[in-house]
Design a protein around this ligand. Sequence first.
Ligand code: FES
Ligand SMILES: [Fe+2]
Length: 418
Amino acid sequence: MLTAARNEMLTRVGPGTPMGELLRRYWQPIAGASELEANPIKAVRLLGEDLVLYKDLRGCYGLIDRHCPHRRADMSYGWVEENGIRCSYHGWLVNEAGRCLEQPYEDTANPKPSKAGCDAKAYPVKECAGLLFAYLGPLPAPELPVWEPFTWPNGFREIVLADIPCNWFQCQENSIDPVHFEWMHDNWGSRLRGGGANAAPKHLKVKFEEFEHGFIYKRVREGQSEQDRYWTVGRVALWPNGFYLGSHFEWRVPVDDENTLSVAWFFMRVPKGREPYVQERVPTWVSPIKDDSGRWISSHVINQDIVAWVGQGRIADRTKENLRSSDIGVTMMRNRFFKELEAIAAGKEPGGVIRSANAAACIELPNMAREFNTEGIPLAEYDKDPIMRQRLKEFRHHYGQPAVVRRAFIEAMGIAGP
Ligand code: FES
Ligand SMILES: [Fe+2]
């Protein structure tokens, strides 16, 4: 249980709030690069700030104030040119550094030596593994962490976004919550498919370990032992707002205090023998979270998680909870946030910020599936593993995978399919 004041510290993300300042010290994934192919401009809201993301004709990404520095028209209704984005109201041109390069009427009728003072707010953007990351904190920006899976060749990658109408922190607490798998995904999943009985293998023990890039959680369930990778390796609650499960990442990116952008990046190694496989573009799609009757969609794994997150309210009221031993990881994570908030307040650099390009170039994380993802297995062997067999059959993580993405996946894997 937390006091209301402590809950506010964890959940408020706008400029000037303690958590807002902390999260601004890390690169945040905000979009898929492929989203900007059809339309090079996307309005985004991030950490309570309204912004516009664009790719100019040179291929340079910008993330600037949604409101034009002239009289605040909406830049997302402008257009991109060779070296920036132009406002459709009076034609001011702004580049990725926020510099105002042109003011057409002034340049013609009343030229001034300088456009100083007319700059727009601007943040750096970097592309990696098909994702676009933004950094909203004080400069110089730290290095963008290149997690090892971003460097893996011979895989089919896809990016799935979902707009979640609740605070980011309750989503992130789900990243350090092993026991929910048994109930939410196994037992409830079984009921949703018409099954009965709470027959999923029970969790017998869990443990949580802190490391530089977050926390590792480990578990033993009925039928497993301490020799199992779920105990010897575990899974990663990635600092500060990610989750890493060996073949995919999820980030809970705060839009504002009451909304979160779920960004998930998936990797599926092509079967042994189909190398080299080079993916030309990483598709990005948006997963719907409500059905036609207004109910939350519960058929897919992450959609089930979303039912839990939004069910906790727009901002979970942590003054009313009852934490138990299954929640030790949740408490550890909250305490680390409180510790880092103190570090920021004391003018120190928070943990997990990387300043060395070498250190950021390929960061290994605990991974239960490294050999599978890096060496691959023959197609015939997928059949022996129920999870892999299922993965080839359908995309179980998010509802609504577009047919065109499914077709590209089938082609990459070299399988027959609908
Ligand atoms: S408001 Fe954008 S150019 Fe005038
Ligand atoms: Fe889950």
